[in-house]
Ligand binder design. Structure first.
Ligand code: DGT
Ligand code: CA
Ligand code: CA
Ligand code: ZN
Length: 593
């Protein structure tokens, strides 16, 4: 079979990594990485294009050399240049690079100096001191790598939501195509509650002939294994290794079925105890009156909750902690929705490590229906990300100011400016003062101890030009542990200095995470949902950030970028920390919609 676009993209991604290990030029490394990301996003198969004799160099990011490699890969199943690179480096070194906390250079050192080629081997070497003995490594870095490996193992067989949700959507679309008579069909379980990792995918729906839907599921091409195929439940494993549990009921019983399998288990237990005290029993088919023995059925969840004297509860709140009491007191919040957002304020272009020209990023952001945006390319010290020098940033600022007349959307000149190890900003004050919006982020010296890191972040927040801290903990789900710092002290400092905190919607990050955002909201810290897009198609990832905000009980007025353009500009034009009063005015008053 001809290689798929994903396989071709992976090959170029690997080539980039291998060149990085060899210490090749950043220009060449980036060319491969960029090609990989573009190929991944193409809507039609490259194999088809090659067969039709199309000119591949018409694809952005694909030059003559890369085009030849694609043709070679599709024609022969191999790329000679890639094989040569693999032979030059120790075996297994590519896998080592995927270990959290290990960059290409370290991977090579581990392979060459220690002769190690597996994750388990690295964990052992980290524990027994051999890793610490490597040049430029040391005990602290080795301990950190061990913790990253543990984070990786802790996520275990769970799948980050960013991977699980598209799988569920693909299966739902395929089932609908096979069985057009299906009524509602939704993800339930942890996916409907938008947990950050998903154990298995639960799909709940109704159809006139429920068994036909189970038959259709087991026959789908992406299904690899069938675990259960019965009249009430069908369980399969799809290609990616995820399990899918499907339950289809009669239309009249859908409410109870969906409610039961949405969980969480803790929510259901609390609800069941509450119902028992009213003389009612709950199960997946309905509510049973213990005196009469009668089973009441519900077509929707609203009816189910209403029968218990409760308002409908958003699945994101169903953790079994606060939502039942809030429901009884009729004090559930009106949660933010994706359509409440009016801007995206963390976007990269090809000026640093993004894929797309500025124009494309602006057009894509405008197409989301937004009123404002900030372009925030990296600052200079992030060499691998092609960070902007003072001069390049100043010319980007004047370019953006001159482009504004062509667009309705308000374009803010921004930067994602590194917070240096000592808490200083990566640009001089007079440059930062020219910017409308400064995202300050930690990208280096992530192994600092708690006291140092806390002081570093707080120092950044005290800078008058720093609008917001980006991805506060720097964690990567299942790949990189968060940095160590005093969360409460940092959240308090955010409030005191009038510095906003980002909910980074990129599903690898989800940073702030739900519980951190919950506490930040309680303290009155302005929150901003950003996608950190490096490609114009990434803007859709906002839904993952909105989910974090909803799990943190955020209303629109807790989120800064739900403000109208006028109100938002008033906030950022007011100096810190006085700008909080503009935020508080809306937060404590009634929202104008
Ligand atoms: P996961 O799959 O580990 O990410 O988490 P869930 O919440 O999707 O769990 P799962 O797939 O085992 O079950 C889906 C829902 O079904 C769960 O959230 C609540 C409900 N459920 C399953 N088993 C039980 C049970 O034994 N008791 C109660 N009360 N509810 C259950
Ligand atoms: Ca599940
Ligand atoms: Ca399940
Ligand atoms: Zn960024």
């Amino acid at each position: 079979m001809a290689p798929t676009n994903e396989q071709i993209a992976e090959l170029f991604e690997n080539m980039g990594s291998l060149l990085e290990m060899k210490g090749d030029t950043i220009f060449k490394i980036r060319a491969y990485q960029r090609a990989a990301r573009i190929i991944e996003q193409l809507s039609s198969p490259l194999a088809q294009a090659v067969e039709n004799g199309e000119d591949l160099t018409k694809i952005p990011g694909v030059g003559k050399a890369i085009s030849e490699k694609i043709t070679e890969f599709i024609g022969t199943g191999q790329v000679a240049a890639y094989q040569r690179l693999l032979e030059e480096l120790p075996t297994g070194v590519l896998d080592l690079k995927d270990i959290p906390g290990i960059g290409p250079k370290t991977a090579v050192a581990i392979g060459v100096e220690l002769g190690i080629s597996t994750v388990e081997g690295v964990a052992e070497a980290a524990a027994d001191g051999r890793l610490a003995g490597l040049p430029r490594m040391g005990q602290k870095a080795a301990d950190r790598i061990l913790r990253h490996i543990e984070a990786f193992q802790a996520i275990g067989s769970r799948t980050p939501i960013g991977q699980a949700l598209p799988i569920a959507e693909e299966v739902i679309a395929a089932l609908r195509k096979q069985c057009p008579e299906i009524g509602p069909l939704f993800p339930a379980g942890s996916l409907r509650r938008w947990e950050e990792t998903i154990g298995d995918i639960d799909l709940i729906g109704t159809a006139p002939d429920p068994e036909a839907v189970g038959d259709a599921l087991v026959a789908l091409p992406m299904v690899k294994d069938v675990l259960v195929h019965g009249p009430k439940k069908t369980s399969v494993v799809v290609e990616s290794g995820m399990q899918i549990d499907l339950r289809i009921g009669e239309p009249g019983t859908f409410g109870a079925l969906l409610q039961y399998f949405t969980g969480s288990q803790q929510h259901n237990i609390r609800l069941r105890d509450y119902a028992n005290r009213k003389g009612l029993l709950l199960n997946e088919y309905g509510i049973i009156n213990t005196e009469t023995g009668k089973v009441e059925e519900f077509a929707d969840e609203e009816g189910f909750y209403a029968r218990l004297g409760l308002p409908w509860m958003p699945p994101e709140l169903r953790t079994g902690v606060y939502e039942l009491d809030a429901g009884l007191a009729d004090s559930l919040p009106r949660l933010i929705q994706a359509t409440d957002l009016k801007g995206d304020l963390h976007l990269h272009s090809e000026w640093s490590d993004g894929n797309d020209p500025i124009e494309l990023m602006i057009e894509a952001t405008e197409a989301q229906g937004y009123e404002y945006m900030a372009l925030t390319d990296h600052s200079a010290s992030l060499g691998v990300a092609n960070g902007l020098t003072n001069e390049r940033l100043e010319s980007q600022i004047s370019l953006l100011r001159s482009m504004q007349k062509n667009y309705d959307i308000t374009i803010l000149c921004g930067s994602e400016c590194d917070i240096r190890a000592n808490g200083d900003m990566d640009y001089p004050d007079e440059i930062l003062a020219q910017l409308d919006w400064v995202v300050a982020s930690v990208h280096s010296a992530m192994g600092q101890d708690q006291a140092t890191m806390t002081a570093r972040i707080i120092k950044a927040m005290e800078h008058p030009s720093v609008t917001i801290i980006g991805h506060l903990t720097t964690r990567l789900l299942g790949q990189r542990e968060p940095v160590e710092f005093d969360l409460e002290a940092v959240l308090q400092a955010a409030r005191n200095t009038g510095t906003a905190l980002e909910i980074n919607a990129s599903p690898e990050r989800l940073d702030l995470k739900d519980t951190h955002a919950y506490r930040a909201r309680e303290l009155g810290v302005p929150l901003v949902i950003n996608t950190d897009s490096h490609h114009h198609t990434h803007l859709d990832k906002r839904r993952f950030g909105v989910a974090v905000a909803r799990r943190a009980w955020c209303r629109p007025e807790d989120i800064l970028n739900t403000m109208s353009r006028e109100e938002f500009l008033e906030v950022i034009r007011t100096p810190k920390p006085e700008r909080l009063s503009v935020f508080d005015r809306r937060r404590n008053g009634t929202v104008s919609e």
